[in-house]
Structure formats: C-alpha cells, structure tokens
Design a protein around this ligand. Structure first.
Ligand SMILES: [Zn+2]
Length: 132
C-alpha cells in the first residue's frame, strides 16, 4: 500500500515514483492529508481508525506485503497538526516528519508485524529521501 498526501502538487510525483519502481497496477493507495501525519497526529484523531480499517481490508483483499508511506515537504497538514514552528525551516521540518514517520512505523509494527514498511519524505521536485 502507498500512503500519500492529498496535496495536488504531489499526485503526479507520487505516481512517477511508483512507476519508476515498476509498481503500476500492483499497489493499493490511501491518500489523506499529511500522509503518515494524518494517521498518527492527535489533531487528526478522527481519521486514524479509517486508515487502519482500510489497511486491514487491503491486507485481507490484496495480500499486501509492504506499506510505503510518502510524506512531503511544504505540507500544509504538517503545519495544521504540529504548528508553524514545527516546519519553520528544513531542519525542523525534517525532524517533524522523522518523528511522525517513526510513530507510524511503531503503530504499524504493533498492528501488522508481518508487513514491511518504507517511509520517506518527498521534496517538491519529486525526489524521495528515505527516512528510517
Ligand atoms: Zn501534504
């Protein structure tokens, strides 16, 4: 499963990334504001169960083996979730996403320890920085 953000600038970039990995037609996608931030941030608590229920369904229906969570820079949802100071510069922004992605991996490991996970932060030019 690919978990990505609703930001219009990143729809094609995420598709380009998955195409580049030969994943076309081979993944389910869940798109929510903030990507992993939408799944773990307290500000978006009402969305969390929806993601996990959808993931359960995808595991059952599609036998997925891996979750690829793609957060991105200049994400409005990150600012909504954690405040302007959390994304004030690239260093703060990287730390904020690193922490949210780590929390996402922790929760995924509890719920679906059999699944692989990849987490990354995509730049505005579409390059993906792996974060683990
Ligand atoms: Zn976003």
């Amino acid at each position: 499963m690919v978990l990505a953000c609703i930001d219009p600038r990143f729809q094609e970039l995420v598709t380009n990334y998955t195409t580049g990995r030969g994943l076309t037609g081979r993944y389910s996608q869940f798109t929510v504001a903030g990507a992993a931030i939408g799944v773990v941030a307290p500000r978006f608590e009402n969305w969390h169960a929806t993601f996990w229920d959808n993931l359960d369904a995808s595991v059952e229906l599609h036998r997925i083996t891996t979750v690829i969570a793609i957060n991105h820079r200049d994400c409005g949802a990150a600012e909504i979730a954690y405040g302007a100071a959390a994304v004030a510069d690239a260093t703060c922004e990287t730390r904020t996403h690193r922490e949210a992605l780590a929390e996402f991996r922790r929760q995924l490991a509890v719920r679906h320890p059999q699944l692989g996970v990849e987490t990354g932060l995509m730049a505005l030019d579409g390059t993906l920085e792996g974060i683990s």
